[in-house]
Design a protein around this ligand. Structure first.
Ligand code: SDX
Length: 428
């Protein structure tokens, strides 16, 4: 690839550098475009626009490749645990035993959530959507951790990071137990990171906590698979909010709200609701396929399609296998899984989906596992946020350490030209 690009405008020829990354992706560097040509670019949805250079996650959408800091997602899902992957994403290397132990011990020291926060979560109606509760509670945490706001040194960032890694799972557990009408649990610092999350979420109020290795392993793998995904909608939100030097917790709260949307992380809940509707409809997948292809119908086949993957989402392949084996191990016959597999088969043979390269994405099968673990459907996107937390943190930290400028896109104005003010008495 040449290291220069040329643009001809109004008879003038302009030259711009082309940069190439470590995986041979190239970009035209247009940092000087407006200053030299007086024009800007426009790219709704940023389908062709890179916002940053990043060393965290690499995706190849055509080949269905996903790597965190160079490690293949298939390897990490099989051999690593979630806290190791969180460390890798945030600090760039897999931790050795000592580093991991210190990381977990620093997190444990921060695991208390101020009792006053319970008054805030109590103020929400039981019907409040858990993503709205989680976003609000994450923002509310700022009031109880003011030193985590204006962080610019690596040391201050580290403390903010271990604080949120400690407290966020408590907020997730409290949010779920509010939905289920259960008393709020605190954690147990003698347990592993994900084991502790499982305990806070699932311990029955009248029984001692019983470790469930199958469930903890399934949860750990799902969290790894959701941990980062380069510049997706919610991560870009975390970066742009953080670029104003808003604190980490405020940036994460914004990212949670972006993830909530049904076109993004909210899709995992929408998939389950769609599969249940098909099940109630007697398993009539053809009707929903037709709706998805009907341009006059806003319905989309939830869990299908992706902005980057034009091949199988590698995470979907792993989750589909994990759903199969977990349901087997738990002895659960879930008709929803059969409907999902039937829908996938039909879509992968249908020209509409094949021509548009629409494959199952991370959200298509994940809800089947969450459901088998006893997680309410309205909590599915909260589980996505729990998994994505280390990725958001890593991307926010990289953006701040690289001193990226405040995000402020340009626009092309298409409104009214200048016109004189008309006093109200003279308006028609
Ligand atoms: C996530 O970016 C990330 O990395 C996100 C994520 C992460 O880890 O952070 O991977 C997580 O958000 C996964 C995506 C979850 N969303 C869904 O499953 C919702 C259903 N899928 C879509 O709405 C859609 O596929 C998107 C939003 C995911 C991607 O949309 P794009 O890239 O903007 O593509 P598009 O809307 O321009 O669609 C291109 C064509 C259109 O048809 P034509 O105009 O060419 O005729 O494909 C059609 C679309 O109508 N299409 C679908 C479809 N997805 C795209 N048609 C029916 N059903 C679908 N699901």
């Amino acid at each position: 690839m040449s290291n220069k690009a040329y643009l001809e405008i109004g008879g003038e020829r302009y030259e711009f550098p082309v940069i190439t990354g470590t995986e041979n992706e190239s970009a035209v560097d247009i940092k000087t475009l407006r200053a030299s040509t007086k024009i800007v670019t426009i790219d709704p949805g940023y389908k062709n626009t890179g916002s940053c250079e990043s060393a965290i996650t690499f995706l190849n959408g055509e080949k269905g490749i996903l790597r965190y800091r160079g490690y293949a997602i298939e390897e990490l899902a099989k051999h690593a645990d979630f806290l190791e992957v969180a460390y890798l994403l945030i600090f760039g290397e897999l931790p050795n035993g000592e580093q991991l132990e210190k990381f977990l011990s620093d997190i444990r020291k921060e695991s208390h959530v101020d009792e006053e926060m319970k008054k805030i979560i109590d103020a929400f109606p039981r019907t409040a959507h858990p993503m709205g509760v989680l976003s609000s509670m994450t923002s509310a945490l700022i009031a109880f951790n003011p030193s985590s706001v204006n962080v610019s040194s690596e040391e201050a960032m580290y403390h903010a990071i271990v604080r949120i890694l400690a407290k966020f799972p408590v907020l997730v557990a409290w949010t779920m137990r509010k939905v289920m009408g259960l008393p709020r649990e605190y954690g147990d610092n003698s347990l592993g990171y994900v084991e502790n999350i499982h305990k806070m979420m699932f311990r029955h109020p009248h029984e001692e906590y019983r470790k469930d290795d199958l469930a903890i392993e399934a949860l750990d793998q799902l969290l790894i698979l959701h941990a980062d995904h380069e510049q997706n909608c919610s991560t870009s939100t975390v970066r742009i909010v953080g670029s104003s030097h808003a604190g980490l917790f405020a940036s994460l709260s914004a990212g949670i709200s972006a993830l909530w949307g049904p076109l993004h992380g909210g899709a995992n809940q929408a998939v389950l609701e769609m599969l249940e509707a098909i099940n109630e409809d007697g398993g009539d997948t053809a009707k929903y396929m037709a709706k998805a292809k009907d341009k006059s119908d806003p319905f989309r086949l939830m869990g299908f399609g992706h902005r980057v993957y034009k091949n199988f989402d590698p995470r979907a392949k792993i989750i589909k296998k994990a759903a199969d084996s977990l349901l087997d191990d738990l002895g659960i016959e879930d008709p929803i899984l059969d409907i999902a597999k039937g829908l996938e088969k039909e879509a992968l043979e249908d020209p509409y989906f094949v021509d548009r390269k629409l494959y199952p994405n991370v959200d298509f099968y994940s809800g089947i596992i969450y459901r088998a673990l006893g997680i309410p459907v309205e909590m599915f996107t909260v589980m996505f946020a729990l998994g994505r937390l280390p990725g958001w943190i890593a991307q926010w930290r990289e953006m701040r350490l690289r001193n990226e400028p405040i995000g402020r896109p340009r626009q092309i104005y298409i409104g009214a030209n200048e016109r004189p003010f008309v006093p109200i008495k003279k308006r028609k």
